[in-house]
Design a protein around this ligand. Structure first.
Ligand code: SAM
Ligand code: SF4
Length: 327
């Protein structure tokens, strides 16, 4: 029997983010340090069978209908299409978030395995700046990867751009033009305090208001109603497509958040900013049955707090970076 996964504030959770690796072939400054990362040993990562088991419990017991694979960089995990094929058998909207560098080779196999949608992260359209942010000279590969995803039919392709003051905030209109020309939905993301270096501060956030104002002045926008999804959606009044703005900092969507997370090593998290984690891997490997897994998941969601409290005195910065939690 399916029961809704409700927390103490009445929010129903239907969206599961699964990090399948903490490793990454990039070193984005806002996400992980350039050096000094230690990766989880292979044996600590959940196997595909373990990931599938947790996903099945989430679907069968709690009616989860949306699963997104992320990381670290999910495409560095070997045999990714095999995992996609396993999860595609579940009645869920299956999506992937990737840096896109290897999509030219992978996109057809992912689409064939049953992937529905893809988000590709790209924070600059200028080669030197892209390299400065990611520490990799791979902008051409990422842009080609986005084209490959479009050709493979993974529509709509969304491009995630994290905006940082003084780094890439002068590219807002370039991104808008790029999205209109290529037929991709650019999603502008407010920079969150999840960078490994602790460099985030309020001044570095490019706000929803600024992003919206600057695009609307050049290409007039109108709002698209968007239910519970975190991105606020807007379409160009001239029919030139759509953008999203994910304003986690200045317009927090905690009151309608329907997400939970599974880390690469099998910890269940009820929030990106959670301080506590719940050890699902321990249960899985001790031979626990589905009832026990479902109990732990329900308990974890029951402990979810009202909101992340960024910019409030009681905000606690997670000790793990975005790449370790799974964005
Ligand atoms: N490696 C994949 C990628 O880059 O798309 C998936 C993992 S990444 C952690 C998921 C998303 O989190 C990316 O869109 C990335 O831009 C975003 N992200 C990482 N650190 C962030 C931060 N400090 N603030 C806002 N978004 C961040
Ligand atoms: Fe890697 Fe994605 Fe983090 Fe960049 S944002 S370092 S690509 S995990």
């Amino acid at each position: 029997m399916t029961v809704p996964l409700v927390d103490g504030f009445g929010r129903v959770h239907r969206d599961l983010r699964i990090s399948i690796t903490d490793r990454c072939n990039f070193r984005c400054s806002y996400c992980m340090p350039e050096e000094g990362m230690t990766w989880l040993p292979r044996t600590e990562l959940l196997s595909f069978e373990e990931i599938f088991r947790v996903a099945s419990v989430m679907v069968d017991r709690f009616g989860v209908d949306s699963i997104r694979l992320t990381g670290g960089e999910p495409t560095v995990r070997a045999h990714l299409p095999t995992l996609v094929g396993m999860l595609a058998d579940l009645p869920v909207d299956l999506a992937l978030t990737t840096n896109g560098a290897t999509l030219r080779a992978l996109a057809p196999d992912l689409a064939a395995a049953g992937l529905r949608r893809i988000n590709v992260s790209c924070d600059s359209l200028r080669r030197d700046r892209f390299e400065q942010i990611t520490k990799r000279d791979l902008l051409d590969k990422v842009l080609d990867g986005i084209d490959a995803a479009l050709e493979a039919g993974l529509a709509p392709v969304k491009v995630n751009a994290v905006l940082m003051r003084g780094v890439n905030d002068d590219e807002i209109l370039d991104f808008a033009r790029y999205g209109r020309e290529r037929g991709v939905v650019v999603r502008f993301i407010e920079y969150m305090p999840l960078d490994a270096q602790g460099a985030w501060d309020n001044e570095s956030v490019v706000t929803f208001d600024e992003i919206h104002r600057r695009i609307d002045a050049e290409f007039p926008l109108e709002e698209v109603p968007n239910g519970s999804a975190p991105a606020e959606r807007f379409r160009y009044r001239d029919g030139g497509g759509e953008i999203g703005i994910v304003a986690s900092v200045t317009r927090s969507f905690c009151d309608r958040c329907d997400r939970v997370r599974l880390t690469a090593e099998g910890a269940f998290r009820n929030c990106l900013f959670a301080v506590d984690e719940f050890d699902l891997r321990g249960l899985l490997r001790s031979g626990a049955d589905d009832d026990a897994l479902a109990d732990l998941i329900a308990r974890a969601v029951g402990a979810k707090w009202a909101g992340h409290a960024i910019n409030q005195v009681h905000f606690i910065r997670p000790t793990r970076s975005m790449s370790q939690i799974g964005g």
